[in-house]
Design a protein. Structure first.
Length: 542
């Protein structure tokens, strides 16, 4: 077993390049213990109304006082600030890679992470996570001031506020040319929203959906208003989208009040299309055309890129790439030197753990899934589930699909299941549990997930077999590999729903399915949360 784990670690370390080990860094123990002692809404869930710009909202004044204590490091670099329900991390990665390709020193701050908290802070020209020693040295340096601040704030400073402070200090210390910063929740009251208009280059709103509905006021309109809180006086607003008209109107009205010019990736003059799918160094990619014309009278605001090879799959990732292109064109118009070649290269070299991530055949083999295409995708909303199914429909129209799903307790489980089941035929869904943000309090029990999937199937008036692997085994015996039926008719076309208490059990079951079905091509999708992707990458034993 130890030899197996060693092989897994070596394979995945090569895959991501910058990770030397998947084990924790002992030099960060005191720092991590300190963070773990703080209030962490990723583990506990966000309170109702916390992200709204109201009396119930997060105390942004506390973050301002914290920044004052440390000399306001956020004033020492330029910022692209990104909010949105989905697509923030991918858009941030696209923008950062474009700027690094051009030669700029870039800071990038995102959340959550997959394998190590260091992934949240990308520093300099390398594109690698912040080194453990640099992060720990900073913590040791500022700990006395943090202790004083904590005392002054009656112990109310949160995990996210401390780590955001450290990111801003590192960007200032390292003298980055620009920082790409993702809002944690909403925008208006998020701890990152202390950026002044003088420091902001552009604000970006990628999408508006119903995730964190209660925390952001209870409606799409209040969510849009919360996200519009990052718009600053006179600074460009880039809209990703597409948005329903009245939601886009809310953001455009706020931009008008703030005298902020608006650039939209969905403008009629833009042309972004997926032309085909191919393989690039053994990994699936989509061949796309991206043509952006965001201002007829501004020569610097146009870009045409043909046959761009995106490793990030799906129409939604093409939309994120188009949004990132609009941002870089805004920067170009402000005097930043960014060539079309850098935009192309930056887009093509962007990939993220747990987002449209395909494992190599070697990595899949180590997991016991030889012969399968294994996809890790952190989709966890009904919108992202729909995007995932659209991607699978385009890239693998005839493949047998096996889903392994684990979700946090505060998600729309029925809506997520409905989008998966109404996409293309899914042969089997394995429901399981993984720890969410390092804890179990937000993990949805498999029994509740199972109820949600049954409800979704009832709403769709579609067949689903609840008997799990027992029934599936009977069908396999009735229609062995190579038979004419091929599990394609009658009851065999129903989706099989099964539960497994651990990821290890899911891997064994998935392997059993592949073995029974012989040489038929299968795609195994791990989804429902970024945390299930982390569990697969870090510990296949579950």
């Amino acid at each position: 077993m130890m030899m197996l784990l060693s092989c897994i670690r070596r394979g995945f370390a090569r895959r991501v390049g910058f990770l030397r080990t998947l084990s924790s860094q002992p030099e960060m123990k005191d720092f991590m213990d300190y963070l773990d002692s703080l209030k962490n809404y990723e583990k506990s869930g966000v309170p109702r109304g916390a992200g709204t710009d109201s009396d119930e909202g997060f105390d942004l004044a506390r973050m301002r006082r914290l920044m004052d204590r440390f000399g306001n490091p956020q004033r020492n670099f330029k910022v692209v600030h990104i909010a949105g329900t989905k697509g923030k991390g991918s858009t941030a990665a696209f923008i950062s890679n474009i700027l690094r390709t051009e030669g700029y020193s870039v800071g990038c701050y995102t959340s959550p992470h997959i394998l190590t908290i260091r992934e949240r802070i990308i520093l300099g020209r390398s594109g690698h996570p912040v080194p453990a020693k640099l992060l720990n040295d900073l913590f040791c340096r500022i700990k006395p001031d943090l202790d004083q601040a904590m005392k002054a704030e009656n112990g109310c400073i949160t995990h996210f506020e401390v780590f955001t402070t450290m990111a801003f200090l590192l960007f200032s210390d390292e003298n980055v040319d620009i920082a790409v910063i993702e809002a944690g929740l909403g925008g208006a009251r998020d701890a990152t929203n202390i950026i002044s208009s003088s420091g902001l280059v552009a604000s970006v709103i990628t999408t508006v959906g119903e995730e964190h509905l209660a925390a952001l006021g209870g409606s799409l309109e209040t969510i849009a208003m919360a996200k519009a809180g990052i718009i600053k006086k006179g600074r460009p607003l880039v809209l990703g989208g597409p948005f329903v008209p009245h939601i886009e109107r809310i953001m455009r009205d706020k931009a008008m009040v703030m005298d902020s010019p608006v650039v939209s990736a969905c403008d009629a003059g833009n042309r972004c299309t997926v032309k085909s799918f191919s393989l690039l160094n053994g990994r699936p990619c989509q061949i796309c055309d991206i043509a952006i014309q965001v201002g007829k009278d501004l020569k610097k605001m146009s870009c045409e890129l043909l046959d761009v090879k995106l490793l990030m799959l799906g129409d939604h990732q093409l939309q994120n790439a188009a949004t990132a292109t609009c941002v870089t064109l805004c920067l170009r118009n402000l005097g930043w030197s960014i060539s079309n070649e850098s935009i192309r290269s930056g887009l093509e070299h962007t990939h993220l753990l747990g987002r449209s991530q395909f494992l190599t055949s070697e990595e899949a083999g180590v997991l016991g899934l030889s012969g399968a295409t294994v996809l890790l995708d952190g989709a966890h909303t009904k919108e992202s589930a729909k995007a995932l199914m659209n991607t699978l429909r385009m890239a693998f129209p005839k493949a047998r699909l096996v889903f392994v799903v684990a979700m946090a307790s505060d998600k729309d489980h029925v809506g997520f299941a409905r989008e998966i089941l109404s996409g293309v035929h899914v042969e089997i869904v394995l429901l399981t549990e993984v720890s969410i943000a390092g804890g179990v309090t937000r993990t949805t029990p498999v029994s509740l997930l199972r109820d949600s999937w049954i409800k979704a199937s009832d709403e769709l008036c579609m067949g689903i077999v609840h008997d799990g692997m027992t029934k599936y085994s009977e069908l396999l015996n009735e229609h062995p590999a190579g038979s004419e039926s091929n599990l394609g008719d009658g009851e065999s076309r129903k989706t099989i729903l099964a539960t497994e208490s651990s990821l290890k059990g899911c891997l064994k079951t998935a392997n059993k399915i592949l073995t029974k079905r012989g040489d038929e091509k299968g795609v195994i999708v791990f989804t429902g949360s970024l945390h299930i992707a982390a569990s697969v990458l870090a510990s296949p034993d579950g």
